[in-house]
Design a protein around this ligand. Structure first.
Ligand code: PGA
Length: 253
């Protein structure tokens, strides 16, 4: 009997927004969530680092959680320009996104580094969202499942469990392109990810761990994607910058 996994709708603001934007987005969502009936969905916002405090303040009491988009692999030390998981936890973050394809591609992050960051984040008391996903070239070459299995195997932290780790499948070709994966494409990869998780963590943990879909998720396609058996939520970029769109997605379950 499949487990009921709590849907997680996570907004990744990326490098977007100024203070006024964060304030109005967070206030708009806080207002909606405070009066919402659907408390069965977990909602998370991941702003840029300097906006964390303001966003956390604005979201206070709303039930919406806050997270970051990256952290360093060490808890403290001489790392100019980096941010520690300990500080993120101290700022009120519950989650940190790790291994986003924009970090893997633009900053050359490897599975090994992502795993180290994730282990440090867990040690700091954060939950981690580990991103994986194939490029269009890899998909066209028939490598989709292998690439995703491999990224997952090597970037999952030691100590990963359904309560501290979430996986996000984000096909690189679908991110910010408007070209969303079809339900069949998404479910295929999610099922393979589920199988890998069960092999690695045991059937119970593998079954309970949430797998998010990310890549051009919008109000118009969210319902269909979120209804798939192994899709347990969404990691939303562009559409998370609009209260109306993000809220519609959060209600689409
Ligand atoms: P998108 O981004 O929704 O703008 O495609 C998703 C992501 O990169 O997390």
């Amino acid at each position: 009997m499949p487990l009921k996994r709590k849907i997680l709708i996570a907004g990744n603001w990326k490098m977007n927004g100024l203070k006024k934007d964060a304030r109005s987005l967070a206030a708009g969502l806080a207002k909606k969530n405070s009066s919402a009936k659907n408390q069965s969905v977990e909602i998370l916002i991941c702003p840029p680092f300097p906006l964390l405090a303001l966003t956390a303040d604005t979201l206070k009491g709303s039930g919406i959680k806050i997270g970051a988009q990256d952290c360093h692999s060490q808890l403290t030390g001489a790392h100019t320009g980096d941010v520690s998981a300990a500080l993120l936890a101290n700022m009120g973050c519950t989650y940190v996104i790790l291994g986003h394809s924009e970090r893997r591609i633009n900053h050359g992050e490897t599975d090994k580094q992502i795993k180290m960051k994730a282990e440090t984040a867990l040690a700091a008391g954060l939950k981690v969202i580990i991103c994986i996903g194939e490029t269009l070239k890899q998909r066209k070459a028939g490598q989709t499942l292998n690439i995703n299995r491999q990224q997952l195997r090597y970037s999952l932290p030691v100590g990963a469990s359904a309560s501290n780790t979430v996986v996000a499948y984000e096909p690189v070709w679908a991110i910010g392109t408007g070209q969303v994966a079809t339900p069949e494409q998404a479910q295929d990869v999610h099922a393979a990810v589920r199988k890998t998780l069960k092999n690695k963590l045991g059937s119970e943990e593998g079954n309970a761990m949430r797998i998010l879909y990310g890549g051009s998720m919008k109000p118009s396609n969210a319902k269909e994607l979120l209804a798939l058996p192994d899709v347990d939520g969404g990691l939303i970029g562009g559409a998370s910058l609009s209260v109306k769109d993000f809220w519609t997605i959060a209600q689409a379950t």
